[in-house]
Design a protein. Structure first.
Length: 169
């Protein structure tokens, strides 16, 4: 069985992430979406919230599973008999950032990395940009599923002490 891992923080998961996960699901028998814990970063959503959002967003794909992970991605892949890491890249800068990690993962456990270019309509979308635009009252609903957009709007309203965040999130 060809199994791939799509890793990320997914804080929150965007339609760009979903495009990559869906494309990977068409190429592999099974895709594990590995939602990373990053002790060095304070996310907007905790790990359990992110896993739940990703699982809901991927529910229509029966061959996609979602798990939290921490530690080395290469070890996560080896423990789950995953032969490939799938990473979406939006630009040459993403590729330059990801390439050394891909080479290290290959050296550590032999896992290969497949880079998928972002679809043009999502090539500028990142979780951090979505969070920033939403926090400033911009409409980010085109970049998120309705459930994720609602969760983001609720979280930002909680942080700002009101329930009427402009722009849907």
């Amino acid at each position: 069985m060809a199994r791939a891992v799509c890793p990320g923080s997914f804080d929150p998961i965007t339609r760009g992430h979903l495009d990559v996960i869906g494309r990977a699901a068409r190429q592999f028998d099974e895709v594990l979406v590995a939602v990373g814990r990053n002790a060095g970063k304070r996310g907007l959503f905790d790990i359990d919230e992110r896993v739940a959002m990703v699982a809901e967003a991927c529910a229509d794909w029966p061959t996609v599973r979602v798990e939290a992970f921490d530690g080395l991605l290469a070890e996560f892949c080896a423990a789950r008999d995953a032969s490939c890491v799938v990473k979406g890249v939006r630009s040459a800068a993403d590729y330059d950032y990801e390439l050394p990690m891909a080479r290290m993962n290959a050296r550590l456990t032999g896992v290969e990395t497949l880079f998928l270019p972002a679809a043009p309509e999502w090539s500028f979308v990142s979780s951090s940009l979505v969070r920033e635009v939403a926090a400033l009252g911009g409409d980010v609903t085109p970049y998120l599923t309705p459930a994720v957009a609602a969760a983001l709007a609720d979280r930002l309203a909680d942080r700002h002490g009101d329930r009427d965040t402009p722009g849907g999130g």
